[in-house]
Design a protein around this ligand. Structure first.
Ligand code: ATP
Length: 361
């Protein structure tokens, strides 16, 4: 089972630079999501991988085979890859079984009996036993996507490419199918690249997530790693909600902004240097005035500006006294603080994460 290496991949459409030197390594058997906002280059990366486009610069390797470079492009049918699209792309005039068998029929040397046995097996794998003689028009969206998955897996590709495969499904089904795709990945362990702009989907499905911004990979890591240790402002804001405080390093482990003084997660900051600190709203505790003092080293006084009850949480906005900083705080219900109330905010240094990299231009 080979992995994928992408080096310096660059693709332009006229004046638009869709990819600008994209680097990524996907380990054998790993599922990596390409996550980013609209227009960041996710689909272009997948199309270059599939062989539908040729790069201006850079290379794509699968194991020790170079599939793509400015001088050499292996055609899609010789890449040993299968792709699953948002639109399912099933043949409407073929039954489910015929759709799944389609790729196998193009493969030389697979006898009819073996083909039928493989199709039956795949129907079972995607939980569509007994649906083989139906037509795609007689299936729900989720069932059609299962057929598309079966059709991709039946040819035993080396690499699986998925382009927003769940975005046509309703919210409940989308959530269910995330677990299904993860289950199938754990069963077959095919090296997979998965394009999505849905952060939760990427976090549930992937071994690692590659965050794309303006045609480059800006950070790669596990969902937990990206959430807890974002390196740039873009990643901190894109992966979950956060508060960003533009501050100045006062000591190696302390930053300030006006009267606001925070002990942070790292030491080694250069005094006087500008530092952006990311603080997740759920990491801040609100304590009523007069309650016992918090053991946290960062204890700030503030005034609640807004309290919004969201059912499973309460979303507060609290202005820190003596500064222009307003922090979002997520607390478990019920809503115990009201707008205008004075509160104490308590947060551990580990909750204050200085971003270590400047934004790419
Ligand atoms: P989305 O989530 O909206 O699908 P994406 O991250 O997949 O976005 P791409 O489709 O890869 O983004 O597009 C990257 C950039 O290249 C965008 O600025 C887009 O407008 C541009 N682009 C893509 N395809 C073409 C094309 N055929 N001709 C001109 N520009 C294109």
């Amino acid at each position: 089972m080979p992995g994928v290496t992408i080096k310096g991949l660059t693709k332009r459409y006229g004046d638009v630079a869709a990819l600008e030197g994209l680097d990524l390594r996907v380990e054998p058997g790993e599922l990596v999501s390409l996550l980013g906002p609209s227009g960041c280059g996710k689909t272009t990366t997948l199309r270059l991988l599939a062989g539908f486009l040729q790069p201006e610069a850079g290379e794509i390797w699968v194991g020790d085979r170079c599939l793509s470079s400015p001088t050499r492009v292996i055609p899609p049918e010789r890449r040993r890859m299968a792709m699953i699209f948002q639109s399912y792309a099933l043949w409407p005039h073929m039954t489910v079984a015929q759709n799944i068998a389609y790729g196998l029929r193009l493969k030389p040397g697979v006898p009819k009996a073996a083909r039928e046995a493989r199709v039956k097996e795949m129907l079972k794998v995607v939980q569509l036993d007994g649906y083989g003689s139906r037509y795609p028009g007689e299936l729900s969206g989720g069932q059609q996507q299962r057929v598309a998955v079966a059709r991709a897996l039946v040819v035993e590709p080396e690499i699986l490419l998925l382009d927003e495969p769940l975005s046509n499904l309703d919210a409940n089904l989308r959530e269910e199918m995330r677990f299904e795709i993860r289950r199938l990945h754990e069963t077959f362990a095919i090296t997979t690249l998965y394009v999505t702009h849905d952060q939760a989907e990427a976090m549930v499905i992937s071994d690692r997530v590659a965050v794309l911004h303006r045609g480059r990979v800006v950070q790669v890591g596990t969902a937990e790693d990206l959430f807890q240790h974002p390196r740039t402002r873009f990643v901190a804001e894109f992966i979950g909600r956060t508060n960003l405080v533009d501050a100045i390093a006062a000591e190696p482990g302390v930053v300030t902004r006006g009267a606001l003084r925070l002990r942070v997660a790292v030491t080694g900051l250069k005094p006087g240097a500008p530092v952006v600190v990311s603080i997740r709203p759920h990491e801040i505790r609100l304590v009523a005035r007069g309650q016992p003092p918090s053991p946290d080293p960062n204890v700030l006084a503030g005034v609640v500006q807004r309290a919004s009850y969201l059912g499973d949480a309460v979303d507060y906005q609290v202005r820190v006294n003596g500064s222009d900083v307003a922090l979002r705080v997520t607390a478990p219900p019920p809503a115990v603080f009201r707008s205008g109330e004075t509160v104490t905010l308590a947060l551990a240094p580990e909750a204050c994460v200085p971003l270590t990299e400047a934004e790419t231009p």
